[in-house]
Design a protein around this ligand. Structure first.
Ligand code: SF4
Length: 476
């Protein structure tokens, strides 16, 4: 999974609808003005967003109140990403920026959690001695106690990886639109792609038991969420005893009230026939699949240890498109990996032209200290060449994304409304294919499914008209 150059425009709709009360869910905000205030900030992927929700749930349960202004906080935690060097640099920059709040509050505790905490455990003390809490991805059950000790003056570090920790029974408090909710079904990764730090920072693959996944899904539905996003580093490699991912998908689809199911991020080699069948048969599973290609040349794929060839990847695409002809495909692409020649790069371009992904996350390779590639391969593609290749890939993907959007003009879509668009002048939601769709104000509320016809494509969004006339003066 990657937090990369995004062609897709993220949906950040607001405000969330009012959630029905559920006694099993921790209260989202303490109203006690004397309760210690915590500010949480997230870098990286959706797994990290889900982990921030988990941390928020733990701290709220321990009496903290969450604030959205770091200046008002007694505790600042930055949930970090280590997937690329740039992501790490941004975290260093951000934590030193946040340090200025200590001028007004000398007792302010600043901490980091997540992948970077795990990856750089020793370096944090030397590089940023002001960081008082360092918590790895398997330490969140203890996060409130760790923060408490830091507030009492200790420097607290826990980056132990726990092969069994799946946070069973813990509900998070997400900072989302209240419409699309995330459920982590798997933690860690066993694939060990040669460029990736995740198996080192998040540990070995563990499946959340199906009963816990279903409990979390029911909890989301009870809070009014219409869409469930199942999360895992290689989500479709999921297996718990005799339950594989296809079986889990079928079980989730049976939960009363689940209208839409998505999942990310799949591992191409584990796209089984059973999964493709389940996707084709279950109306709740949206016609959208993220298939991270990474590179189009067999030589590079082998050095990346991705476990498939270009022919095998094309076969997966054919199987999926045969079963679900209208499916929207997105991908991850990495340029400039160790030893990548002009010919290798041309093969990536050729794969893009053959498959024509609807959307892509694109980035250049950066050397991550502890990986196989960093230790055994030579990062020999000059920066300028990486940059030029990335620009070429981005330009081509822009063309394909625009064409995919334009092909939707005139089509009927069903939009799950998330809330107000950024400029507050329209509603924004997601189509079945996960396109960002803008609708006129007043045609529905957050969480409603609105049938609409696409009238226009702006390149990154679709503009649609509802099929029935807008209700008079309905609030978003
Ligand atoms: S599948 Fe590969 S790229 Fe994805 S998280 Fe696992 S090691 Fe990293």
């Amino acid at each position: 999974m990657s937090e990369l150059v995004r062609i897709r425009v993220p949906t950040h709709a607001q405000p969330p609808p009012t959630a029905p009360a559920d006694a099993s869910i921790p209260s989202a905000a303490s109203t006690d003005p004397d309760a210690p205030a915590v500010y949480l900030e997230t870098f990286g992927c959706q797994m990290n967003e889900a982990d921030t929700a988990l941390i928020a749930g733990q701290l709220t349960g321990a009496g903290y109140r969450r604030v959205d202004d770091p200046a008002a906080a007694d505790v600042i935690l930055v949930n970090t990403c280590a997937i690329r060097e740039k992501a790490e640099d941004r975290v260093w920059g951000r934590t030193s920026q946040l340090l200025r709040h200590r001028a007004a509050k000398p007792d302010l505790v600043i901490g980091i959690t997540g992948c970077m905490a795990e990856h750089l455990r020793e370096k944090v003390a030397a590089r940023a001695p002001y960081i008082r809490v360092v918590a790895g991805p398997d330490s969140y059950r203890q996060i409130a106690a760790m923060v408490g000790r830091a507030r009492a003056g200790e420097r607290v570090v826990d980056v132990t990886l726990d092969k069994a920790e799946v946070y069973e029974g813990l509900d998070g408090i997400p900072d989302d639109d209240g419409v699309s909710g995330q459920v982590t079904i798997q933690r860690g990764c066993d694939k060990f792609c040669s460029f990736c730090v995740v198996p080192f920072t998040r540990g070995r693959e563990r499946a959340v038991p199906p009963r816990e996944v279903l409990r979390a899904v029911r909890s989301l539905v009870a809070r009014g969420y219409g869409e469930v996003m199942l999360l895992g580093q290689t989500v479709n490699s999921y297996r718990h005893e005799d339950v594989d991912f296809a079986a889990l998908l079928r079980a989730v689809a049976e939960v009363d009230g689940v209208r839409r199911i998505r999942f990310t991020s799949p591992y191409p080699k584990d796209v089984s026939d059973a999964l493709v069948r389940a996707m084709a048969e279950l109306p709740q599973v949206m016609p959208q699949l993220h298939l991270p290609l990474q590179a189009g040349s067999d030589a590079v794929l082998e050095r990346m240890r991705r476990g498939y060839t270009r022919a095998e990847f094309l076969d997966i695409v054919t199987r999926v498109r045969t079963a679900i002809p209208d499916i929207s495909l997105s991908t991850d692409l990495m340029v400039g990996f160790c030893g990548e020649t002009d010919e290798d790069h041309a093969q990536t371009i050729e794969m893009m032209r053959t498959i024509r992904f609807d959307q892509a996350y694109m980035f250049r390779y950066s050397d991550r200290g502890i990986t196989h590639a960093a230790r055994r391969l030579v990062d020999d593609v000059p920066d300028a060449v990486k940059g030029a290749r990335l620009q070429e890939v981005i330009a081509l993907q822009e063309e394909h994304t625009r064409a995919a959007h334009a092909a939707h003009v005139g089509r009927r879509v069903e939009v799950l409304v998330g809330g107000l668009a950024r400029r507050n002048d329209r509603l924004v939601g997601r189509s079945e294919h996960n396109y960002n769709v803008l609708l006129p104000l007043g045609c529905g509320r957050a969480g409603e499914l609105i049938p609409a016809v696409v009238r226009e494509s702006t390149g990154h969004s679709l503009v649609a008209e509802p099929m029935s006339p807008p209700a008079a003066a309905a609030a978003p």
